[in-house]
Design a protein around this ligand. Structure first.
Ligand code: GSH
Length: 203
């Protein structure tokens, strides 16, 4: 298997953590790529027409993409059990969607200052993205702690990667303020060997 990879992508990190937790990492070759929405650069557009990573080549010429698809495919090939059976599955998938939504908004904020020309930036739009993140973090703090502290699942991995990305790119926003339960959870979860092994490089 070949994983199109960047050490700073939080969606790639979800896949990398899943590879560690499922024990499948030795089966994967990492292919470094980079690009942005305005310049696909070396992104694997032949494998993912959206020009995004992660994309995983599972066979010569066959690729799957989007971290949600890849993580579920990997879990299916292991006994890690990251997707609980029964009604809890929908909670887990909703938790993952919440974390991915944090990432989507956080990445758009990064693109706004790294990709968009300075004279065309629109701060209400940026603050609107942060508003989505803040509401999602409040929901995690008030409604999701029980699910976060249960057996390891893909929702927890996604939340761990989302919080790690906020520390990496948006540390000035101080997401831990007024969210003590989530902060304590993150301190514990980020100690997992899979999280330690996949920390983004210092900017
Ligand atoms: N929903 C996708 C997933 O979960 O895999 C999002 C992937 C994504 O946006 N990846 C970023 C990317 O490839 C890297 S962090 N951006 C390039 C672009 O949008 O053109």
């Amino acid at each position: 298997m070949r994983l199109y990879h960047s050490p700073t992508s939080p969606y790639v990190r979800k896949v990398m953590v899943t590879l560690h937790e499922t024990g499948l990492l030795p089966q994967v070759e990492l292919i470094p790529v980079q690009g942005t929405p305005v310049d696909p650069g070396t992104m694997p557009v032949d494998h993912n027409p959206l020009g995004k990573i992660p994309a995983l080549e599972i066979d010569e010429g066959t690729a799957i993409y989007d971290s949600r698809v890849i993580c579920r495919w990997l879990d299916d090939r292991s006994d890690a059990g990251l997707y609980p059976a029964g009604p809890a599955l929908w909670q887990t998938l909703t938790l993952e969607a919440t974390a991915d939504g944090i990432l989507d908004a956080a990445l758009l904020m990064v693109y706004e200052w790294r990709v968009r020309p300075e004279d065309r930036r629109h701060s209400p739009w940026v603050e609107g993205q942060w508003g989505k993140i803040a509401r999602a973090l409040d929901a995690l703090e008030s409604r999701w702690m029980a699910h976060l502290t249960g057996p390891l699942n893909i929702g927890q991995i996604a939340v761990g990667c989302a919080l790690g990305y906020l520390d990496f790119r948006h540390s000035d926003r101080q997401w831990r303020a007024d969210r003590p339960h989530l902060a304590a959870w993150e301190a514990d979860f980020s100690d997992r060997p899979a999280m330690q092994a996949t920390r983004p490089p210092q900017a």
